[in-house]
Design a protein around this ligand. Structure first.
Ligand SMILES: Nc1nc2c(ncn2[C@@H]2O[C@H](COP(=O)(O)OP(=O)(O)OP(=O)(O)O)[C@@H](O)[C@H]2O)c(=O)[nH]1
Ligand SMILES: [Mg+2]
Length: 586
């Protein structure tokens, strides 16, 4: 599947194959190829969802993914996906693809929008003028998708018959193509998205735009918190009840060390982390709605001028926003940026975005040490600091990584997310979480349990355990930040994945649920907690992020910088906050 960005390729791909490619109303969402199997007639075919491209000669990383793929693979059929309401603007790419001489099926997607704009397309006429099949359909709502299978089947069969011979279409030139489109596509004089324009008059207003944007973001985080917290509390209660009601009696006969490992290690760690799943899923759903509605492009537009002062652009800002979900896809999303300098600078700031794994840690500490009224504000302040530290970083490094490319922003119309898309999205996040949980968290909590219970004879969680010794060793570095040895151990594990932090605290304190919250509230005050949160926010991102940084940047010095700089910055920020707050407030 080849086509311009944001034409609905991934949506169609998901509909045809039942796969879970990420979909969003933002050009350049897919940056890597994704393949899935599909039965067409009596053949098993492999369908590839490619990143969107503007033309075949582009040289950004995501466009190279497409050209390399086309050059290195024996392609049997190209599904060209165009936006039915913008055919006139997309013929350039179509002409280039025709010139490749491969069998084509043309998909004109988003007929629902085209119809609403009053655009009428004579598919049969266009098809006979161009010499290849054309399907008018709507990938999102499903209308017309059923024509695609027979069309693909026929095209694949004919390819077998006319093997090697180039068909007439390969000789079509750009002018003939445009003429054919002109005679079969009727576009009314005023084909504009009236509602989108109306909304944009307010949302893109030079004065109102930014305050509205930050207001929307604030409401979004507040909503996640207000709705998510009760669900999380209920889950925490349920996990505790299950432990005391079912697990403790069941494990009563086991040797005490094994029982400790299973209950205080694996169960406490996992259940504490699992209770955050509803909030994380809710967070992704809200971000998904913002993204799928098309507001991200507006955010990019609104922030572009401001970001330019920091050596970044509107797209970098959107990547930082996407990083609020998870830093890894945001880092990969920078592939759409052509300028190497801008791309590296953006990759340097993305790990500072407050990802959902860090959100868990903060929600936990905020609930333990701040009042319910202060909670959303405290959380929002951390998001603001996340963006401020990104800006500080780019200010300091913008001369080293210079942006040498102007960027043209496409502003898609607003679109309603469908329930189907939202559910798919929520499910993907749960799956992602479970995958990470099995990979890191179980191993992490077991390791923490070992460190906090051995060598033999040491009191669990005490200073003479291995964990205690490590904590004491690092104490001189971290105690000026108000971070005690127990929190230090959690931070060390946070290097691997931030999801482990709370799970390991559960193990270190030997408590879970409400008891853990109380234990922590008794041992540290809010100044220490905030300092710890600042450090967690800024310091070195998780291992997956570092691995992605290395793979995307392909530069060792840059990777080292991307690890060392946030670590140093985290120390300085927490140090300043802690020392000043201690002197002023106590
Ligand atoms: N109205 C309407 N919207 C659609 C249709 N198909 C897809 N969309 C929306 O268009 C937007 C882009 O869809 P994607 O499937 O992510 O587009 P893509 O071509 O994969 O985009 P890139 O990966 O960036 O190249 C999303 O908001 C979809 O919900 C359709 O048939 N009608
Ligand atoms: Mg896509």
């Amino acid at each position: 599947m080849v086509g311009m960005p944001n034409t609905g390729k991934s949506t169609l791909f998901n509909r045809l194959t039942g796969a879970h490619a990420k979909v969003g109303n933002w050009p350049g969402l897919t940056v890597d190829l994704l393949s899935a199997k599909l039965i067409v007639g009596d053949q098993l075919v492999q369908l590839i969802d490619l990143p969107g491209i503007y033309d075949l000669n582009g040289h950004s990383e995501d466009e190279r993914v497409v050209t390399t793929f086309l050059a290195q693979n024996q392609v049997d059929l190209v599904l060209v996906v165009l936006n039915a309401s913008q055919i006139d603007r997309q013929t350039l790419l179509l002409a280039e693809l025709i010139r490749l001489g491969l069998p084509l099926v043309l998909v004109l997607n988003m007929v629902d929008e085209a119809a609403a704009l009053g655009i009428v397309i004579d598919a049969a006429g266009l098809s006979s003028a161009l010499g290849f099949p054309i399907c008018l359909l709507s990938a999102k709502y499903g209308q017309g998708v059923e024509q695609l299978h027979p069309a693909m089947r026929r095209a694949l069969r004919e390819r077998g018959e006319t093997h090697g011979a180039k068909d007439a279409p390969a000789t079509l030139d750009q002018r003939q193509l445009e003429a054919a489109v002109k005679s079969s596509v009727f576009v009314p004089a005023q084909a504009s998205h009236a509602l989108t324009e109306k909304i944009d008059r307010i949302l893109l207003d030079p004065w109102l735009g930014l305050p509205i944007f930050f207001g929307v973001m604030f409401l979004l985080f507040e909503l996640v918190f207000v709705l998510g917290k009760p669900i999380q509390d209920a889950m925490t209660w349920g996990f505790s009840a299950f432990r005391s009601g079912a697990l403790e009696p069941a494990f009563a006969g086991l040797p005490s060390a094994l029982r400790g490992l299973l209950l205080d290690g694996v169960y406490n760690g996992l259940s504490t982390v699992a209770s955050f799943v509803p909030m994380i899923v809710m967070f992704f759903l809200c971000m998904g709605i913002v993204e799928d509605a098309g507001y991200l492009s507006r955010a990019a537009f609104l922030m572009d001028a401001l970001m330019a002062r920091f050596g970044l652009d509107g797209r970098s800002f959107v990547m930082v926003l996407m990083g609020f979900g998870c830093n890894v896809p945001a880092l990969m999303g920078t592939r759409v940026i052509r300028s190497r300098g801008l791309r590296l600078l953006t990759m340097l700031v993305i790990p500072l975005s407050l990802c959902s794994a860090r959100l868990q840690v903060f929600v936990f500490f905020i609930a333990a040490l701040f009042s319910a009224r202060a909670a959303p504000l405290v959380l929002f302040s951390l998001y603001v600091i996340s963006i401020l530290s990104a800006m500080l970083t780019s200010l300091l490094f913008k001369r080293r990584y210079v942006n040498d490319d102007a960027f043209v922003l496409e502003m898609p119309p607003y679109r309603f997310p469908t329930l189907r898309q939202m559910l798919l999205r929520g499910w993907q996040e749960v799956r992602h979480f479970i995958r990470r949980a099995t990979r890191f968290i179980v191993a992490g909590v077991v390791l923490v349990w070992l460190l906090t219970n051995f060598p033999l004879g040491a009191t669990a969680g005490g200073v003479d355990t291995w964990a205690g010794q490590i904590g004491t060793l690092l104490n001189p570095v971290l105690s000026p930040l108000g971070i005690d040895p127990k929190l230090t151990i959690a931070l060390i594990f946070g290097f691997v994945a931030k999801e482990i932090v709370i799970g390991s605290l559960a193990v270190i304190y030997g408590q879970e649920g409400g008891a853990l919250t109380n234990a922590i509230a008794h041992q540290i005050d809010w100044i220490q907690a905030y300092s710890f949160m600042l450090f967690t926010l800024i310091y070195t991102p998780c291992l997956s992020t570092i691995a992605t940084l290395r793979a995307e940047a392909k530069n060792r010095a840059f990777t080292v910088l991307a690890i060392a700089w946030p670590l140093g910055l985290a120390w300085v920020v927490s140090f300043l906050f802690y020392q000043v707050a201690r002197r002023l407030l106590s």
